[in-house]
Design a protein around this ligand. Structure first.
Ligand SMILES: O=C(O)CCC(=O)C(=O)O
Ligand SMILES: [Fe+2]
Length: 256
């Protein structure tokens, strides 16, 4: 069997890769998953080229001031099961979650983060983010449990764009249990043989690969929860960057 090789002639300019857009991003295929009732997820499995994504990973792994804070869950203090760091534009309300107020770093502390933000803005025309919560999962024991990012400072329909660098991890979405609708209560009164099957998917999973971007939109934080569960066989590190937009406090003047 003969192997076909690409012939590269010395001195000739490398032919531009039609799939690469600028330095960092790939003109990537995207999938939109309509979750219903005004919620949707957009998934771009390969936004950032493989090599670029590893360069970013190496920088962030070594240069970010990672911390593993103590948080409160169901009234108990525990160590957050992943490292974190928070970056936000000046003059915006403080983020507090699980009883923890992260120290707010500036975008100027890491010019690379501004470059990554630019790549994300370019991939999502019309979207705008001013804060970034970074997570570092140092192996399969690190995780994020079921939650929604429904803090008031993001408003009622926050958009959250989540970039993965490093090890692949599974990401799950599950619908919050609504109080039963009138129709559902009626359905329950029907004998089983007459019940209409309403088959709305209320769980979704995505394999978040190196260089991928997952975007949650609309009412996803109000109506759905998400998680990255433990995986006993995973040993490698994953870095995740979640870009969010913090709303200004009403009456506050924007810092220029
Ligand atoms: O690591 C991820 O993909 C998700 C992180 C997340 O949900 C969060 O930081 O709120
Ligand atoms: Fe989240």
């Amino acid at each position: 069997m003969s192997l076909r090789r690409l012939k590269v002639t010395e001195g000739e300019p490398a032919s531009p890769n039609p799939n690469v857009d600028g330095d960092d991003t790939i003109k990537a295929k995207r999938q939109t998953v309509v979750l219903g009732n005004g919620s949707e997820v957009v998934f771009i499995p390969r936004l950032i080229s493989f090599d670029q994504a590893w360069k970013w990973f190496d920088y962030l792994d070594t240069q970010i001031a990672w911390t593993r804070p103590t948080i409160r869950v169901f009234g108990l203090s525990c160590l957050q099961p992943r490292d974190t760091c928070y970056v936000v534009s000046p003059g915006l309300p403080q983020l507090v979650y699980s009883g923890y107020q992260p120290r707010a770093y500036s975008w100027d502390d890491h010019p690379l983060l501004k470059q990554i933000l630019e790549a994300v803005h370019k991939a999502l025309p019309g979207s705008s983010f001013n804060s970034l919560l970074l997570n570092r999962y140092k192996g399969g024991n690190d995780y994020v449990g079921w939650h929604s990012d429904d803090e008031k400072l993001y408003g009622s329909t926050p958009e959250i764009a989540s970039l993965t660098l490093g090890c692949d991890r599974e990401f799950f979405l599950k619908k919050k249990k609504p109080s039963k609708t009138v129709q559902e209560r009626r359905d329950e009164q029907e004998p089983a043989s007459k019940r209409i099957k309403r088959n709305h998917a209320d769980q979704h999973s995505f394999m978040l690969k190196h260089g991928s971007l997952l975007v949650m939109r609309g009412y996803t934080q109000r109506d759905w929860m998400h998680s990255v569960p433990k995986r006993s066989k995973v040993e490698a590190t994953r870095i995740n960057l979640t870009f969010r937009n913090v709303l200004e406090e009403p009456g506050a003047t924007a810092a220029k």
